[in-house]
Ligand binder design. Structure first.
Ligand code: C5P
Length: 297
């Protein structure tokens, strides 16, 4: 909460890339068993949460972003409300979302917004960490990661998390095609070619590139521009390239921009940078998550 106005909370919601991602198989719950390395980046959305009388309200600066109950911000509020034993729909809160993270890009924008909503509402509604984590898990496989940030190994659905040592900071070039990829579809395409996977950093890349060859072209062009590594993030459509030097990243971003593509130059955020951006107090570092059912929170 800000000192000026105790009923207004502002939280940044940083994006992630998957430095690598392995799909190990299909689980009984229909999800896929993953092994992935999450890395936070500085690119972020911003949420302003205000206590005001009346039904829950969500507004967004980007007309392409749905400001209704399909938005993960809305779902996060509704599920936390219910988990706290309150009846009916959430109320007495208005959220304004400034969107900078592109949607359907594999950068976790919606999941990070949901985690930021949970953090802010937990402060307003006095929900404890265990409750927040439980709701995060129910909202989506990526959401628990965004309660912590930094460099993290993700197992199971990607939601059993182990913190890793910070990597050296790197400059990140994101290349964003003018189309998105649905995560559900990308995993379905992987199902269609199981056992026939080239060894890439991201197991979802080959099946997605089959439908969207542009993504393969961007990965190769970033590689030629000196990115180490370059790969699709998550289920796409964003492609990232890492660079040690800003000057090389800026040159690559310039070279890869063009018709039908947008480039963003940003940098990796280590755990403490993430927590500063996200407004998480340093003493709240609570990884690794205990496995479900272990009785620990
Ligand atoms: O959990 P989330 O809603 O973000 O996932 C979107 C979709 O991606 C799921 O409905 C599922 O089809 C697919 N998915 C999966 N295995 C994972 C994560 C996501 O199959 N580990």
């Amino acid at each position: 909460m800000t000192a000026e106005n105790p009923t207004t909370i502002r939280r940044h919601a940083p994006a992630k890339i998957n430095l690598w991602l392995q799909v190990l198989g299909i689980r009984h719950d229909g999800y896929h068993e993953l092994r992935t390395m999450f890395q936070s980046i500085a690119l972020h959305d911003t949420l302003t949460v205000r206590a005001e009388r009346g039904p829950f309200r969500l507004t967004c600066d980007d007309p392409a972003c749905p400001a209704d109950s399909t938005n993960l911000v809305w779902r996060a509020a509704a599920e936390l409300w219910t988990a706290l034993g309150r009846r009916g729909a959430p109320r007495d809160v208005a959220v304004h979302l400034v969107k900078r993270i592109p949607v359907q890009a594999g950068l976790g924008g919606g999941s990070s917004d949901a985690a930021a909503t949970l953090r802010a509402l937990a402060a307003l509604w006095r929900a404890n960490d265990a409750r927040v984590r439980e709701v995060a898990r129910s909202l989506g496989a990526d959401v628990p990661y965004f309660l912590e940030g930094g460099t993290v190994l993700g197992l199971d659905r990607g939601d059993l998390l182990f913190p890793l040592a910070d990597l050296p900071l790197a400059w990140v070039v994101l290349v964003l095609p003018d189309f998105g990829v649905s995560t559900k579809e990308a995993f379905g395409w992987w199902d269609g070619r199981r056992g026939d996977q080239p060894h890439l950093l991201n197991d979802l890349q080959a099946p997605v590139v089959e439908r969207h060859p542009e993504i393969g072209r961007i990965v190769r062009r970033l590689d030629r521009a000196g990115a180490r590594p370059s790969a699709m993030s998550g289920s796409g459509s964003a492609v990232f390239g890492l660079f040690e030097r800003r000057v090389d990243a800026a040159r690559a971003a310039l070279a890869l921009g063009g018709r039908g593509r947008r480039t963003v130059l940003t940098r990796t955020a280590n755990r403490s940078a993430y927590q500063r951006l996200a407004g998480i107090p340093a003493h709240r570092i609570n990884l690794p998550f205990a496995p479900r059912g272990s009785g620990h929170s």
